[in-house]
Design a protein around this ligand. Structure first.
Ligand code: P6P
Length: 334
């Protein structure tokens, strides 16, 4: 069977009635090209002198790694001239990035976390890029942050690239979820995982257990029940994983099932959670739901939340539908 590259896949999807407008196809291909450049940099690591801190901080108050800044620049440079975008927004930038005057603008808004899990870079553990694409509201020529504040159900496409043993781009534009593996010899992403599906049930959970004393009751109840194993109320033994890289966790879950949890906790009661809704919660929720899984903040679908700020945080419970529905029910009962 001939290899289907990302470009061929997207062009064939574009030919199908209305599944992928040409401008959106071009935008996705361009994001893929930027992720390829990020992959090559991430893989060089110390050889290119790009590990460690950049010596700067971002809007989140987090120290930036050199590769955070490099990845952010790759995504801005690759996407600013293409003509598909009205503006971009990033975890690494307080305000939206506007398309320079010399380039044409388009109808889409691109948001991204350029290098999620970057605390793992210096210890050679998988990291990733997460992106989300919205339409810019009509009539807006100079998008303010408010133009981005649309619920996740408005996303027209979302994806992530995981820089692990393989570099894989996983993508949805509302017609299922498809995975592409980077062929480094040819420099192209090749379709290797069509129509990815999250198994409905699982025996694997992912949460940072060191925060247990800070959890709210529904989370404590659920994790205790899983830890009780076969003789407990859930009647089966569970295994645990925690990579501290959301992209790696989501990729594992979409491949073999599981539930990923980053709840709100008492460490900072004013914060809804650690992860950001616009470029972590929503894109991952879109992907997981398109793969037959579920994604809530404990009370409602993440994608139905009306964001109030570009860097707003959200509690995240996502993955195998059976388990997400269970912990969501515990929250709703509490
Ligand atoms: P903790 C990475 O910093 C990140 O945003 C996610 O990718 C990851 O799931 C989470 O934070 C890890 O958080 O508190 O365990 O370090």
């Amino acid at each position: 069977m001939s290899r289907i590259t990302l470009s061929r896949f997207l062009i064939e999807q574009q030919r199908k009635a209305g599944t992928l407008p040409p401008e959106l196809r071009l935008l996705i291909e361009t994001v893929g090209r930027a992720c390829k450049a990020i992959s090559f940099s991430v893989n060089k690591g110390a050889l290119a002198g790009i590990l460690g801190e950049a010596g700067t901080g971002n809007i989140q108050g987090e120290a930036q790694k050199k590769l955070d800044v490099i990845a952010n620049d790759f995504l801005l440079d690759a996407n600013e001239w293409g003509g598909s975008l009205a503006a971009m927004a990033s975890e690494e930038m307080e305000l939206p990035y506007h398309i320079p005057g010399e380039y044409p603008k388009g109808e889409y808004l691109l948001m991204f976390d350029p290098l999620d899990g970057s605390s793992n870079i210096d210890v050679n553990i998988s990291v990733g890029t997460i992106f989300s694409i919205l339409r810019c509201p009509a009539g807006i020529d100079h998008p303010t942050p408010e133009a981005f504040l649309q619920p996740g159900t408005e996303q027209v496409a979302a994806g992530y690239t995981v820089y692990g043993p393989q570099t894989m781009l996983v993508l949805t534009f509302g017609s299922g979820v498809h995975g592409f593996t980077l062929d480094r010899e040819h420099g192209s992403f090749v379709l290797t995982h069509s129509d990815m599906v999250v198994p409905e049930s699982t025996q694997e959970f992912a949460i940072n257990m060191s925060n247990m004393r800070h959890w709210e009751a529904p989370v404590k109840r659920y994790v205790d029940e899983m830890l009780a194993g076969k003789t407990g109320p859930l009647g089966k033994d569970y295994n645990m994983r925690w990579v501290a890289s959301m992209v790696a966790e989501v990729h594992r879950i979409i491949t073999r099932g599981g539930i990923f949890m980053y709840p709100k906790d008492a460490r900072d009661p004013d914060k809804a959670g650690k992860l950001r809704i616009m470029y972590e919660g929503n894109p991952m929720a879109f992907i997981i739901e398109q793969a037959g899984g579920a994604a809530t903040n404990g009370y409602q679908r993440i994608m139905e939340i009306q964001p109030k700020g570009l860097h707003e945080r959200v509690a995240v419970f996502l993955g195998s539908k059976e388990e997400v529905e269970r912990i969501t029910a515990y929250h709703q009962q509490s």
